[in-house]
Every structure is written in C-alpha cells, then in structure tokens.
Design a protein around this ligand. Structure first.
Ligand SMILES: O=P(O)(O)OC[C@H]1O[C@H](O)[C@H](O)[C@@H](O)[C@@H]1O
Length: 491
C-alpha cells in the first residue's frame, strides 16, 4: 500500500518499497499530469545515496518515458533541496526525489514536488493516492505489470532507460553548479572569506558533502569532513542530526578547535549544528538565532513561521522586534505556504528544517548551514556568544522531547482517548487553551505548552513540552506518560 505521510511516501525496502509500487506511483503522476494538461512540460527526478535509490529513479523514469513525458534525470546522488530548486527555477510542474530522508537504513521513499518546487500538499498527495488506487484496479484487471504480455495492454508500461536516453525523452543533467551559484550569490561570501573560519562537516554518509565543501572552500574556509564515504547503512546510526548521532562531530569540533560543526540528514534538507564549545545546538536554537540575526544584523523586516511542535521563543523574539510569529501543523508544506502568504523572513521546524525568504520553497540544510557561517562572519561573534546574547535578552526556555513506540491496539487507544474523547491528564498548571490542529496541544497560562501527536514519518507518538523551568517540562511529560500508560514504550 502506498500512503503519503508528513514528508512524502516512505516504506521498508522489499516490503512496500518495491519496483512495482514505484512504477505505480510514477504512473499515478503520469495520469495526473496528463489530466492537468502539463505532461509535455516534463518532470525532474533525483535520488540520494540510499540502497536502491538510483535504481528506483531509473524505474520511475522508464514509466514517464513510455508515456512520452520528458524526464530530466539528475545524474549523481543529489540533495533534496537541489531538486526543489531545479523544479522552481525551470518552472516544471512536478519533481520527484528518491529518498527516505532521515529514516532508518531499511527504508526508502519518494518525495513529490509540485510547481514552485514545493512539497506536494495533502490535497495533492491524496489525489496521487486516488490515481494509484485506480491503477491498482487496472493492474488487477490486466493481471500484468510492465514489459507487456499476451494477456493484453499492461496497466503500467515502461520504456527501457537506455532507449529513453537514445530517443532523448530522458535527459541526464547535472544542475549542481546552478544550485550552488544561487546560494553563493545569496550569502555574503566576502565576509566569510575575511574571517578564515575552520569548519567541520558531517554529511552523515548522505548527499551534502560536495555542495557544502564547494561553497565553503570557495569562501576560503578550512573545511574538514567526517563520515563522507558511501555507506547505505549510515554507520549503523539514524541519518538524522541529534545530540546522540553527532557525538563524533562534537569531539572533532573540540579537538580541532573548529568554529562550527555542521551536519545534514540523509538527503540534506535538515541541518544540525555543533557550536564552538562542542555543544549540540537544538534546531530550535538555530531557528531563533537566524531570525534574530536576519532582523537585528541584516535589517530584514517580517514575520516568522513555525510548526506546533517548535519553540515559542520565536514568538518572544518576533514580539521583541514588533513582528508576528505564525503557527502551522507539522510538515514543511505548511511552513512554506504560510511564508508565502505572510511574506515571512524565515520558517522552520524543531525537526531541523528551515528556509528563508527569497530562497526555495522547502527546507535546505545546505543553505541554512551557509547562512549560519555567514552569521558568524558578519557578527564577528562565536555561536556560543550569540546564544548568550539572545538568552540575556529573552531568557531561557527548555524543551523536553520524547518519542514512544506502540502496537496498533495501543495506537487506537491513544487516538481515541486524546483525539476522539479529548481527555487529558490532571495537570497542576493553569491551561490557557487547547488546540487539535495537529495532535493535541495544551497551552498554559505561564507561556509553556505540551503537545502529543502521532509522527507522520515514523510509527511513533511524539510528546514535546516547553517550559521556562526544565523540571516542569519533565513533570508534564510524565503526567501524559502515566495517563496514556506508555512509560515502558519510550523509543
Ligand atoms: O514528526 P513527524 O511527523 O515525523 O515529522 C518530522 C519531520 O519529518 C519530515 O522531515 C518532514 O519533511 C518535516 O516537515 C517534519 O517536521
């Protein structure tokens, strides 16, 4: 079964992530493009470094080629933001990226991008799912997929990749320079050059290495890279930057006295940062810093957008600048839509993705990292000092994040309790309001909040709580744990 979640379709390789399902999804997009009259404009297809990613990109291309839809095949593993940039810049109606982003190594998946290089929104992905359903019915009827057979016209036809290249319907391209030049043109490269920074990069065995190395070396930084080899098992760790997964980078930054350690997730749309003291900076802190920097040091004016599970420190800082902070459900499609609507300066999520006005309509770990380096150069301050400045001005705030596994039965029970019956644990803090925009979020009168929501990318329940006092955050999480009886389920 093909079901889209928060960030595309993700499935375990060999279970649902199969050649047949990739072909079905591609054919669904073919049918959608034909119905919308945009088929002749073509599609861009890229892939990351995961197991089967390149092969899957080829399988997908073969379906478009058979239907006479031009394919721009992005040669060489590439960052997700590069594909989004390409779709936007070349005004393509659709793009596809073979990736399961930060998921474990046994997963792969497909992200679909629409006009403007945006993540396909819920309406679009529901439509794709409907088209898939139609194809499945045809497949059942035809009882054969691909290559044709005597049983009749197959539901999904293919043109072999080499033939597609020969006819020109598939064109292999490499838009890396175009993407990099766009970033280089958007940041203050001279300021970075003048500072001679030492930077450690951890691409987490993913796709950011060439891009980051090229940009930063162009700005004459001393760039050192760890975990750059191709390892489809991601060194046995999750390719998601976190305090736990970035231990080697922390040590590296401290040992080599680097100004910053930069990590990106498997497909380089998220960023993780180690500061000059070796401290892991939470994505919340990065977002706050960049918003603060763009307004205070660069004189930009405008709002900020965050999701329901991201720090309210952004609200405080925005208020301090006389600006607004907008809240949306989890999922970058909501962030970019709201940014467009409000012309916000920056939008991001506590999961580590952000973008900035004027850049692409999706998160970009490479651009975000470059901007952080620019921030160090322009302010002339160390990351730890900028964090201190912000804390002195706006105070400290603590976020407790917990993930829980569940059986299907437990999931149904939690869903019923929290989202149908709308029951809550007894809490000793005064409640301001409750929202069901995404999961269940309780806002307290003291400015703190707690949210319990099912992840849209992993089979997990996430409980996040933010409070001025860390002890309050832990206590609130524990009260939800006890109430839902999930103490033993922590991931
Ligand atoms: O908490 P989840 O639903 O798993 O989502 C966590 C993150 O997953 C993906 O990376 C999405 O692209 C993000 O928009 C989202 O914030």
């Amino acid at each position: 079964m093909i079901k889209f979640g928060t960030g595309g379709w993700r499935a375990v390789i060999g279970d649902d992530f199969t050649r047949e399902n990739i072909q079905k999804l591609s054919k669904a997009l073919v049918n959608k493009m034909k119905d919308e009259g945009v088929a002749e404009q073509g599609v861009a297809i890229g892939y990351d470094r995961r197991f089967l990613s390149k092969e899957s990109a080829i399988w997908a291309s073969e379906v478009f080629a058979a239907e006479d839809i031009p394919v721009k095949f992005i040669l060489g593993s590439a960052p997700t933001p590069l594909i989004m940039f390409f779709v936007m810049r070349h005004e393509l109606p659709y793009g596809m990226m073979i990736t399961a982003s930060h998921n474990p190594a046994v997963y792969n998946g497909i992200k679909v991008f629409t006009k403007g290089g945006r993540d396909a929104d819920e309406l679009q992905t529901q439509e794709i799912e409907r088209y898939i359903h139609g194809i499945e019915e045809e497949v059942l009827k035809a009882a054969c997929v691909s290559r044709g057979s005597e049983a009749g016209e197959p539901a999904v036809r293919i043109m072999e990749y080499e033939k597609g290249i020969g006819t020109g319907i598939i064109e292999e391209i490499n838009p890396l320079n175009e993407y990099l030049d766009n970033i280089i043109g958007a940041v203050d490269m001279q300021a970075i050059r003048d500072r001679g920074l030492r930077i450690a990069i951890d691409p987490m065995y993913g796709v950011s290495n060439t891009s980051l190395r090229t940009i930063l070396a162009t700005a004459r930084c001393d760039v050192q890279v760890i975990h750059e080899e191709h390892d489809t098992l991601f060194g046995g760790k999750l390719p998601a930057p976190s305090a736990f997964t970035l231990r080697s980078l922390q040590n590296y930054v401290v040992d080599r006295k680097c100004d910053i350690g930069i990590a990106t997730d498997g497909d380089a749309d998220r960023v993780g940062v180690i500061d000059d003291t070796g401290k892991f900076l939470h994505p919340n802190d990065i977002l706050v810093m960049l918003y603060y920097y763009l307004v205070k040091y660069k004189g930009w004016k405008g709002a900020v957008v965050r999701n329901v599970a991201t720090t309210h420190m952004l609200d405080k800082v925005a208020e301090g600048f006389g600006e607004k902070c907008y809240e949306v459900p989890v999922g970058f499609k909501y962030i970019s839509a709201k940014m467009n609507e409000t012309n916000a300066i920056i939008g991001g999520e506590s999961s580590g993705g952000l973008t900035v006005r004027g850049h692409i309509n999706g998160k970009d770990g490479i651009y975000a990292s470059t901007l952080l380096v620019e921030m160090i150069a322009v302010t002339g301050k160390k990351l730890s000092q900028i964090a201190k400045d912000i804390e002195e001005e706006y105070g400290a705030i603590h976020m407790e994040e917990r993930d829980y596994k569940f059986s299907q039965e437990k999931k149904d029970q939690i869903y019923d309790t929290l989202l149908i019956q709308k029951q809550l644990p007894e809490m000793d803090l005064e409640i301001d309001k409750i929202s069901y925009l995404d999961g269940c979020k309780v806002y307290f009168k003291n400015g703190g909040w707690i949210i319990a929501r099912f992840s849209g990318t992993e089979p997990l329940l996430r409980i996040f709580c933010e409070m001025g006092d860390p002890k309050d955050a832990v206590r609130m999480c524990e009260s939800f744990e006890e109430f839902l009886d999930i103490k033993g389920n922590r991931n």
